[in-house]
Design a protein around this ligand. Structure first.
Ligand code: UGA
Length: 439
C-alpha cells in the first residue's frame, strides 16, 4: 500500500514515520525545501523521543520518502493525508484553514485512480465537506472519497500513542473510504484497538470534544487546587479520591500552572467559535479558557506573594520553560505569561530548559539562559519549577541551597508549580515550600 502525507510538521511526520513502520510505503510532501532536504539527510526538525530512529530505519528500508514534489506522490497513492498546519486565525480565534484548502487544490488535478483523501489535521466541523467540494470543483473527473481521521497524539509520547492508541476514529461517507482506512490500520486492529467508524462531521467534532474535555478536567482540578489552598486541603488526595471513581478516572487531574501547547488552547477556542456560529454556545469550555488564562497569572502572583512582593533586584531560578516535558515546544507555554509578569516586577530570571531554550529565546530574549539547573540557581532568591522534566525531579538540594540566597527568616524559597517534590522533604531540608493546592 502507498500513501502520501501532505505536511511534515508534527502530526504529518510522526504519522508518516509510524505508518511506514507498519510496512506501508509513505511519501511525506512538504513545500519547505530546506525542511525536506534536512529530513532526507535524516535530520529531524522537531524534538520527539524515538522519532529519529523510526525515520532512520524506515528511510533506510526504502519505505519512507521525503519530497517537495506533490504530483507524482499523489498519482501513486491510495490514500492522501492532509496534515498541514491549522493555526489560530488572527482576530477571531477560529482555525485558519488556508493551508488545508490549498493542499486540496494541489492534490485534485493529480488524482488518477480511486483515492481516499483524509484530513488528519485538527479541523473544524464541516471542513471535510469543504475539502471535498474544492477537489470536485478543481477536478470534476477525480474519483475520490473523503474521510476524516483525527489524531490523538501527545507531544513527547506521540509514537507510543500512535502505535498503541486507545482508539482510532474514522469518519467516512462511503464504504470505499472505510475499507481503505481499515486496511491501513490493520496492524492496530490485530492488537484489538477499538476502531470507531462514524460520518465525517462526527469524527471532526469528536476530536474537539475530546481535547476540550481534557482541558476542562485540568482546569477543574486547578480550581479545586486553588480552593484547597484556601481551606487547607491537599489536592492530590482530593484527586485520588475522585479518580478512584471509575466514572471519573485518575488521568489529567494533575494541578499546575495551566495548560499550554499547540492543541488545547487553539482547539478550545476553535470549538467555542464553531459553537457560537451554530448558536449552541459551549459555555463550559468558554469558562475553561478564561480559567486557564487566570491560572497562569495566578501562578505569577503566587510567586510574588511568596517573595513578599519584593522582586525588585531579586534573582529567580526558573527550571523548565516548555509547556510540558519531553518537547521543545514553547507554544502557549505558561512561562510566556508568568515570566514577563515577574520581570515587570524587577526580577532577574536565570532559566534552564533541557530542550526548549532555542524556542524560548525567540519569545523571551531578555532572560539569562543557563547551561544547567545548578547554574540557574546561583545566587537565586527562589527556585521555580515550571515544567516537570525528569532531570528536575531529583535535584541535589544541598548543592542548590548552598548556592542560593536565603530569605530573612533563613529559609530558601522553592516554588514547585508542578508539585513534583514532597513538601515535607523540602521543609526538613530548610526550604520554604510553595506548591499548588497543597494546603
Ligand atoms: C493533547 C492531547 O492530550 C492529545 O490527545 C491530542 O492529540 C493533542 O493535544 C492534539 O490535539 O494534537 P499535547 O498538547 O501534546 O496533547 O499535551 P498534553 O499531554 O495533553 O498536555 C497539554 C497541557 O496540559 C500541558 O501544558 C500539560 O502540562 C497540561 N496538563 C496535562 C496539566 O496541567 N495537568 C494534567 O493532568 C495533564
Amino acid at each position: 500500500m502507498r500513501i502520501t502525507i501532505i505536511g511534515s510538521g508534527y502530526v504529518g511526520l510522526v504519522s508518516g514515520a509510524c505508518f511506514s513502520e507498519f510496512g506501508i510505503d509513505v511519501t511525506c510532501v512538504d513545500n519547505d525545501a530546506d525542511k525536506v532536504a534536512r529530513l532526507q539527510r535524516g535530520e529531524i526538525p522537531i524534538f520527539e523521543p524515538g522519532l529519529d530512529l523510526l525515520v532512520e530505519r524506515n528511510s533506510a528500508a526504502g519505505r519512507l520518502h521525503f519530497t517537495t514534489s506533490l504530483p507524482e506522490a499523489v498519482r501513486q497513492s491510495e490514500l492522501i493525508f492532509i496534515a498541514v498546519g491549522t493555526p489560530e486565525r488572527r482576530g477571531d480565534g477560529a482555525a485558519d484553514l488556508q493551508y488545508v484548502y490549498e493542499a486540496a487544490r494541489q492534490v485534485a488535478p493529480h488524482i488518477k485512480n480511486f483515492t481516499t483523501v483524509v484530513t488528519k489535521s485538527t479541523v473544524p466541523v464541516g471542513t471535510g465537506a469543504q475539502v471535498a467540494a474544492i477537489i470536485r470543483e478543481t477536478n470534476p473527473e477525480a474519483d475520490f472519497a473523503m474521510a476524516s481521521n483525527p489524531e490523538f497524539l501527545r507531544e513527547g509520547s506521540a509514537i507510543e500513542d500512535f502505535m498503541r492508541p486507545d482508539r482510532v476514529v474514522i469518519g467516512v461517507e462511503e464504504s470505499r473510504a472505510e475499507t481503505a482506512l481499515r486496511s491501513l490500520y490493520r496492524p492496530l486492529y490485530l492488537i484489538e484497538t477499538p476502531i470507531l467508524v462514524t460520518n465525517i462531521v462526527t469524527a471532526e467534532l469528536t476530536k474537539y470534544a475530546a481535547n476540550a474535555f481534557l482541558a476542562t478536567k485540568i482546569m477543574f482540578i486547578n480550581q479545586i487546587a486553588n480552593l484547597c489552598e484556601a481551606v487547607g486541603a491537599d489536592v492530590h488526595a482530593v484527586a485520588k479520591g475522585m479518580g478512584l471513581d471509575r466514572r471519573i478516572g485518575n488521568k489529567f487531574l494533575h494541578p499546575g500552572p495551566g495548560y499550554g501547547g499547540s492543541c488545547f488552547p487553539k482547539d478550545t477556542i476553535a470549538l467555542t467559535r464553531t459553537a457560537a456560529l451554530h448558536n449552541e454556545p459551549v459555555t463550559i469550555v468558554e469558562s475553561v479558557i478564561a480559567a486557564n488564562d487566570l491560572q497562569k497569572q495566578r501562578m505569577a502572583h503566587k510567586i510574588i506573594r511568596a517573595m513578599n512582593g519584593e522582586l525588585h533586584k531579586s534573582t529567580l531560578a526558573v527550571l523548565g520553560l516548555t509547556f510540558k516535558p519531553n518537547t521543545d515546544d514553547m507554544r502557549e507555554a505558561p512561562a510566556l505569561t508568568i515570566l514577563p509578569i515577574l520581570q515587570e516586577q524587577g526580577a532577574t530570571l536565570q532559566v534552564f530548559d533541557p530542550e526548549g531554550m532555542a524556542a524560548a529565546r525567540r519569545h523571551l530574549p531578555d532572560l539569562h539562559y543557563c547551561h544547567n539547573a545548578y547554574e540557574a540557581c546561583q545566587n537565586a532568591d527562589a527556585v521555580i519549577i515550571l515544567t516537570e522534566w525528569n532531570q528536575f525531579r531529583n535535584l541535589d538540594l544541598a548543592r542548590i541551597q548552598a548556592s542560593m540566597r536565603p530569605r530573612p527568616d533563613g529559609r530558601y524559597l522553592f516554588c514547585d508549580l508542578r508539585n513534583i517534590y514532597v513538601p515535607e522533604t523540602l521543609r526538613q531540608a530548610g526550604f520554604l515550600y510553595v506548591g499548588v493546592g497543597r494546603g
